[in-house]
Design a protein around this ligand. Structure first.
Ligand code: CA
Length: 412
């Protein structure tokens, strides 16, 4: 597919991607856009000129500060818009070509916003390498995986209100910490601030309370994916998490990338998952290609310095798939709603340079990482900027997620 637009071959936002986001410009409020190369197609401006009328899309749906109203129009509409944009970007003399002044905005001139109104956020724990690493650190090698882990995608309910978009700085959280060998906890800024490299699926269709989905139905219920950084304060988490699980060590923030890559754009990159042994219960069984081949990386940039890539891994490493997460989440009748996020859990590979958190990369603080050959890190310092990136590439076709970038500020 060739487009008349000038797009760098290295761009994450190729003609094969067409991710959705919410952007604003100095003169106009937040609205729906689609990224292409270094530009944004202003869908609200396109609709205002009547070009989506035949698809029965009210311009108002694209003037919203979130994608939820557009997602609610349903899969046939997402597909029709995608088809039309592809056509217009590849055909000469198309309406978009004639409206370059009116309907394109340079990404460098736009501000990106949180793309979704997120009702609920669920965090899974679906990487075997990650679960094994954490289990080994806290329970020893023999008991690394809990007995339930290979029978179901383990998860907990996270906090939706504190999910922020890339570019939003985060203050080091404070809380109760129990120092080693101490008798009393102390109140302090966390000394163990960590990231978690994850991908999150965006729910694209409501399910009805009391009903369940099969893994194969994911294609109809997932709108797309974003990069997800699930921040963690390990010392706060360690002291509070028994018996009810993650709370203040996790819910102070999670960060997402601004562009939602449509599931449709990722079909080419589907791969078989590894064999699941023992065989899961029937409601979790699936014969389709479960996973996605998406390269991921994490970089740390100390204040005023260059960045160092500290880990490279791949989304295909997951044990449990998004379809299985969806099936498990709804098996008891729990309903999902448009805009909900299902995060994968930390994505780690088997090698130490492919781990998805500092907890693992520094092995619980025992093995400091070297950044820029002059700085050591076990956990994050104030002024550090953390960037997650991801892209899929095959046969010269590149579909990328851009990045989610966050700077750590001192405690308030
Ligand atoms: Ca997590």
């Amino acid at each position: 597919m060739n487009t008349w637009l000038d797009i760098s071959p290295e761009s994450d936002f190729s003609i094969h991607n067409l991710p959705y986001g919410i952007f604003s410009t100095p003169s106009r409020r937040p609205r729906v856009g689609v990224a292409i190369g270094d530009q944004i197609i202003d869908l609200a401006a396109v609709a205002m000129r009547g070009y989506f009328q035949s698809l029965s899309i009210e311009p108002d749906v694209l003037e919203q500060p979130s994608l939820n109203a557009f997602i609610r129009l349903g899969k046939p509409t997402w597909q029709a818009v995608r088809k039309r944009l592809t056509q217009w970007l590849t055909e000469d003399d198309s309406p978009l070509q004639h409206l370059r002044q009116e309907c394109f905005v340079a990404q460098s001139e736009a501000k990106m916003h949180l793309p979704l109104e997120i009702g609920d956020y669920t965090d899974f724990y679906a990487s075997e390498a990650h679960a094994t690493n954490v289990g080994t650190m806290f329970r020893g090698k023999e008991n690394a995986l809990m007995p339930n882990w290979k029978h179901m995608p383990i998860a907990y309910h996270g906090r939706a209100s504190s999910i922020v978009v890339s570019g939003t700085d985060i203050h080091r959280p404070k809380g109760q910490i129990m120092p080693q060998n101490a008798a009393q906890p102390v109140f302090s800024p966390t000394q163990a601030l960590d990231f978690e490299l994850e991908m999150a699926a965006v729910v694209g269709k409501d399910t009805k309370l009391g009903t369940s989905l099969r893994p194969e139905e994911a294609d109809d219920y997932i709108f797309g994916f974003v990069l997800f950084n699930d921040w963690s304060a390990r010392d706060i988490q360690r002291w509070e998490y028994v018996p009810l699980g993650p709370f203040l060590g996790k819910n102070f923030a999670s960060s997402i990338s601004p562009w939602v890559v449509p599931l449709k754009a990722l079909q080419l990159f589907r791969v078989e998952g590894s064999k699941q042994q023992p065989e899961p219960l029937p409601y979790l069984q699936t014969s389709s290609k479960r996973n996605f081949n998406i390269d991921l990386e994490i970089a740390i940039e100390p204040e005023g310095e260059r960045e160092t890539v500290v880990s490279r891994t791949n989304f295909k490493n997951m044990y449990w798939s998004v379809g299985q997460m969806l099936a498990h989440h709804t098996v008891n009748g729990c309903n999902l709603r448009v805009g909900d996020l299902l995060a994968s859990g930390t994505i780690s590979g088997d090698e130490p340079n492919s781990y998805g958190s500092l907890l693992e990369l520094s092995w619980n603080g025992e093995r400091p990482l070297t950044i820029n050959s002059n700085q050591a890190r076990t956990y994050l310092e104030d002024g550090d900027t953390v960037t997650l990136r991801g892209y899929a590439e095959q046969e010269g076709i590149r579909v990328g997620f851009g990045e989610v970038q966050t700077k750590i500020l001192p405690s308030l």
